[in-house]
Design a protein around this ligand. Structure first.
Ligand SMILES: Cc1cc2nc3c(=O)[nH]c(=O)nc-3n(C[C@H](O)[C@H](O)[C@H](O)COP(=O)(O)O)c2cc1C
Length: 238
């Protein structure tokens, strides 16, 4: 698959069919993903891949906690700032509309959207899930390295005809995840990632993106010169 096609066809898939992902495919993807870049090549990702009985047990335990109204585990990191400023706030609300209206849920119907979001705890029906941890002593640049690694995993999955959904949601039930995985003490769970073959019957709205000029600034000779002359023109006259 062409790289552009892999990037454009990857999306957060939230319904998978009941078809196992062969272990050798997962190994091939994760071996290739280990070539993702990281500052000083420290490779700060720690991945656990869950399938079969252990994944079923995690889903069962998480489902039980949700059904019991169990409060979330204390946070090891904040998913978002408490007050999201513009333009992130607006983009987030567009996403919420896209995500839930595709399922026939009206804007502001909190209960229905929570019911739909609870599919997180079933990994959206996926037969495989990856849980990615990072050492708590590492800093922001290493968290960025982990992001690059995860995107590499997701693109390679596309090459195998698979889809995925990254899930920070699992960080709120991190203790239940830890019961199954027993990670070493010093690690923080960044996110889970559901992996499987997409159920193409599930309705969705393809999430949009901000126009390029909102997120990218080209600085070339011409734009640099015109910015300079604007600055010079703005100088107070003598
Ligand atoms: C770090 C990260 C965490 C995410 N966590 C969740 C999650 O917990 N549950 C979920 O349904 N989607 C989650 N998503 C998916 C995003 O909502 C999705 O990537 C975004 O809306 C863009 O849509 P697209 O991936 O379909 O292009 C997460 C994505 C990322 C990158």
């Amino acid at each position: 698959m062409d790289v552009y096609e892999a990037v454009k066809s990857r999306r957060a898939v939230r319904r998978f069919v009941d078809r196992d992902v062969p272990r050798e495919v997962l190994e091939r993807v994760l071996l290739a993903a280990s070539w993702a870049p990281s500052g000083s090549n420290i490779q700060p990702w720690n991945s656990y891949v869950l399938t079969g009985g252990p994944l079923a047990e995690l889903k069962r335990r998480a489902g039980k906690r949700v059904a019991a109204g169990d409060p979330w585990d204390d946070r090891e990191y904040e998913m978002y700032p408490a007050a999201m400023k513009s333009p992130y706030r607006e983009r987030r609300s567009v996403f919420g509309h896209e995500r839930y209206s595709s399922l026939g849920i009206a804007d502001g119907d909190w209960e229905a959207s929570q019911r739909a979001a609870s599919a997180n705890w079933d990994c959206f029906g996926a037969p495989a899930a990856l849980f990615c941890y990072i050492d708590r002593e590492l800093g922001l640049p290493q968290w960025a390295d982990v992001g690059m690694y995860l995107q590499t995993v997701m693109l390679l999955l596309r090459g195998e005809g698979l889809q995925s959904c990254t899930q920070m949601a699992w960080s709120v039930y991190r203790k239940t995840v830890a019961e199954i995985l027993s990670p070493p003490e010093g690690l923080i769970l960044f996110c889970g990632m559901s992996i499987g073959y997409e159920d193409v019957t599930e309705p969705y709205i393809h999430t949009g993106r901000a126009p390029l000029n909102e997120t990218v600034t080209f600085v070339d000779t011409a734009s640099h010169r015109s910015a300079q002359s604007e600055r010079e023109n703005a100088l107070p006259g003598i």
